[in-house]
Design a protein around this ligand. Structure first.
Ligand SMILES: *Cc1c(COP(=O)(O)O)cnc(C)c1O
Length: 217
């Protein structure tokens, strides 16, 4: 197996500076995280609050922690003091909760709205019509402690590039339609198996686990 830092360097060199790589470290021990932290990588993603809290405690404080998995409302309070970006905001109730907890600590929390672009991959996320309704309404303006900086989506796990491309393209269209009015900066699309297709469709943030750390077994 190639070294973790070589894997990351090759990918970062190929993608250039316009695409942020979130190294998805779920299930991986902290010493593997430190191998790439030590060469300057600071964006890491976790999908479980419990694991995120343990790693955040143990690891350097300047890491940008990305919460990429489904977030329960009763866990919001524990992560917002340090979380850098929540990718998986999938309901108005969750937005309300983040706003409420952000207000308590006077911190504006950066989030992405997760959009369900594939029926197969996840039950979470706003569907395409819901997301447009929200973006066209004033509901986000009423949440002063939530800053929506963009959108996130997951494509079907498939070898069929046409399906993946179609799903990413649907999200890119919405992102482009609203990016100026909403001052969006981040389109989080693409995992180990499909990130090249995601980038062709406008992604500027990829969430990569196994291509960096090896398979999770
Ligand atoms: C696990 C996970 C990833 C990374 O998956 P890989 O296929 O290992 O790159 C990306 N995004 C989310 C939401 C995940 O849960």
């Amino acid at each position: 197996m190639r070294l973790i830092k070589n894997n990351l360097n090759i990918i970062k060199n190929a993608l250039g500076d316009d695409v942020i790589v979130v190294a998805v470290s779920k299930t991986k021990p902290t010493d593997e995280i430190m191998k790439i932290y030590d060469q300057g990588h600071i964006d890491f993603g976790e999908n479980k609050v419990q694991e995120l809290l343990i790693k955040e405690k143990e690891l350097p404080k300047n890491i940008n922690w990305h919460m990429i998995g489904h977030l329960q409302r009763n866990k919001v309070r524990s992560i917002i003091p340090f979380v850098y970006l929540i990718h998986s905001v999938d309901s108005l109730r969750l937005i309300n909760k983040i706003n409420e907890e952000g207000k308590k600590i006077n911190k504006k929390i950066k989030v992405l709205l997760q959009v369900k672009i594939s029926d197969a991959v996840s039950k979470y996320g706003f569907n395409l019509s819901e997301i447009e309704k929200i973006l066209n309404s004033e509901v986000l303006d009423n949440h002063k402690y939530v800053k929506v900086v963009g959108l996130m989506g997951m494509a079907t796990f498939s070898n069929n590039e046409t399906i993946i491309e179609k799903e990413f393209n649907a999200l890119q269209k919405i992102y482009d339609k609203y990016k100026n009015t909403h001052k969006f900066k981040t389109l989080s699309m693409g995992m180990s198996g499909d990130y090249k297709i995601a980038i062709k469709n406008g992604s500027n943030m990829v969430r990569l686990g196994s291509v960096i750390f090896g398979s999770r077994g």
